[in-house]
Design a protein around this ligand. Structure first.
Ligand code: NAP
Length: 315
């Protein structure tokens, strides 16, 4: 145990981080041990991770010195930010910068940055297909992550930029699951037209990250793009119907209507779906499922994920 290389995981009690923590803990004979980073080592989730064998350390991504201490002596660091806690691209930039600098100053050997595309490379700010948000972004929670890649590329630590995709857990925890419409029919609603949405089980993000650490130099200095399956809204609705044993339809709405739904971040999400629909060829093309399966042979597709999680979907 003492000789194992430590991987320090930001967001260890959350969706992405806990997937990685469990991937490491489940590989009992592997060469890595895990350090779970949390703001509160006494929370139920943190205690649960300690009970399973993780070293639990407190730090906050807003406090670089705390992150530097939490990264000390670690071989690897998994870095993720929490956009939906604050909706601020500037804050996300600063947190990414804190983690990249902390990784360098702590002497980490491999850092993974959980990122997404800066959509402005495809849809520039002056493109009026969709509104510009927060003055200079098209999809703030994407663009700020993509913009922050530079901190990792320039920090001097071997890095991998891990481009994730839509978690299917959004159907459980993010209010995107099937809901009854005025016609009484259960529907999933988003503005993807007939285009495919790459999705993934959040645990597979952690498993893929673990495979990247285990591969050593292979993915250092590179971008990796992951998804579990690419499906249209209609295909997802069919899967829901089969899994839940009741009809679920896909309700395609214009992106402008989605943006006006009024929940916090609806404009950001509306632009995000529109970007994915308008740039389907790029966005699906680069998330090559066969390559992801090679990286993570346990990769779930949507039907398998639904089979495992359907009891959590309240209709
Ligand atoms: N939902 C999606 O489909 C999707 C897809 C791709 C990317 N993303 C991105 O994923 C990110 C969120 O990751 P996630 O889903 O894994 O998060 P999550 O499940 O919300 O968990 C985040 C965890 O991080 C910890 N945390 C929060 N603020 C922190 C801080 N200031 N310092 C240190 N730790 C902090 C919290 O743990 P403690 O309370 O224990 O500290 C929390 O359990 C977002 O930026 C989002 O844009 C989401």
């Amino acid at each position: 145990m003492e000789n194992k290389k430590i991987i320090a995981v930001i967001g260890a009690t959350g969706a992405q981080g806990s997937g990685l923590v469990h991937a490491i803990l489940n590989d009992k004979n592997g060469e890595f041990a895990v350090r779970a980073i949390t703001r509160n080592a006494n929370s139920d989730k943190a205690r649960e991770l300690a009970k399973k064998g993780a070293e639990v350390v407190e730090a906050d991504v807003d406090d670089k010195e705390s992150i530097k201490k939490a990264f000390a002596g670690a071989y690897g660091a998994y870095c993720v930010t929490f956009f939906w806690d604050h909706f601020s691209p500037a804050k996300e930039n600063q947190q990414a910068r804190n983690m990249a600098e902390a990784a360098a100053e702590a002497g980490v050997k491999h850092v993974i940055w959980s990122t997404l595309e800066d959509t402005r490379k495809w849809i520039p700010v002056d493109d009026d297909r969709m509104p510009t948000l927060q003055e200079k972004y098209k999809v703030p929670h994407f663009d700020a992550k993509g913009e922050s890649n530079a901190y990792f590329e320039n920090c001097g630590v071997p890095y991998t930029l891990l481009h994730t995709s839509f978690y299917w857990e959004n159907f459980i925890y993010f209010g995107l699951g099937p809901q009854k419409g005025a016609d009484g029919k259960l529907a999933i609603t988003f503005p993807m037209r007939d285009k495919k949405l790459p999705g993934i089980a959040s645990a597979d993000i952690g498993k893929s990250a673990y495979a990247i650490f285990k591969a050593g130099k292979e993915f250092q200095g590179k971008s990796v793009y992951i998804a579990g399956e690419h499906l249209t809204g209609a295909q997802m609705a069919d899967s829901f119907s089969r899994a839940l044993g009741t009809e679920v339809v896909y309700n395609d709405v214009p992106a402008s209507v989605y943006r006006s739904f009024g929940f916090p971040g609806a404009d950001d999400m509306g632009n995000m779906f529109q970007f994915k629909a308008d740039c389907e060829e790029y966005y699906c093309g680069i998330r090559d499922i066969s390559a992801v399966k090679k990286l993570n042979p346990e990769l779930l597709n949507f039907d398998t994920w639904l089979e495992q999680n359907k009891s959590m979907i309240k209709v």
